[in-house]
Write a protein that binds this ligand. Structure first.
Ligand code: HEM
Length: 128
């Protein structure tokens, strides 16, 4: 399309670059293993419903990357309410996501496009 880097709806290039829903599900699975190994964020995730988290984060990334999914989880502000997620923690999760994408041979440009879209959620996630 004429505006491949900024168009959201109707452009599935990023979704393809992430390996479609199955590729995204694998990235999120690898991210989960990385989260529990990362002392900066692991304590926050203690006792979560892993299956629900996996399904909902996969659907969310699928949808925001232009894929044919609908996120049915809770609003980001509601989910992260009372967690007091810090900047350091947000960046730690982003770093683990980058490593998980790297592990799954996602191109640097696709990585950066996804991160750009997730950064838009930053105000809804931190300091809640
Ligand atoms: C790019 C940043 C982030 C995104 C896109 C994101 C997205 C999500 C999504 C989609 C869910 C599932 C919601 C649901 O099941 O209804 C979730 C849950 C959760 N997130 Fe985040 N999150 C981010 C950063 C963080 C950070 C930095 C922390 C803490 C260090 C965190 C802690 C949690 C926890 C503990 C849950 C489980 C809550 C529960 O099931 O009760 N998140 N997040």
């Amino acid at each position: 399309t004429a505006c491949a880097t900024s168009n959201r709806s109707g452009d599935s290039t990023l979704y393809q670059g992430l390996g479609e829903r199955s590729g995204i599900a694998k990235i999120v699975e690898d991210l989960l293993y990385r989260i529990v190994e990362d002392d900066r964020i692991a304590p926050q995730f203690k006792g979560i419903d892993v299956v629900q988290f996996h399904t909902n984060l996969t659907d969310q990334i699928c949808e925001i990357s232009g894929g044919p999914c609908t996120y049915t989880g809770r609003a980001m502000t509601e989910v992260h309410e009372g967690m007091n997620v810090t900047e350091t923690q947000f960046n730690a999760l982003a770093e683990q996501l980058i490593l998980a994408m790297e592990e799954n041979q996602v191109s640097t440009s696709a990585q950066n496009r996804l991160l750009g879209r997730l950064v838009e959620l930053h105000p809804d996630i931190t300091h809640r």
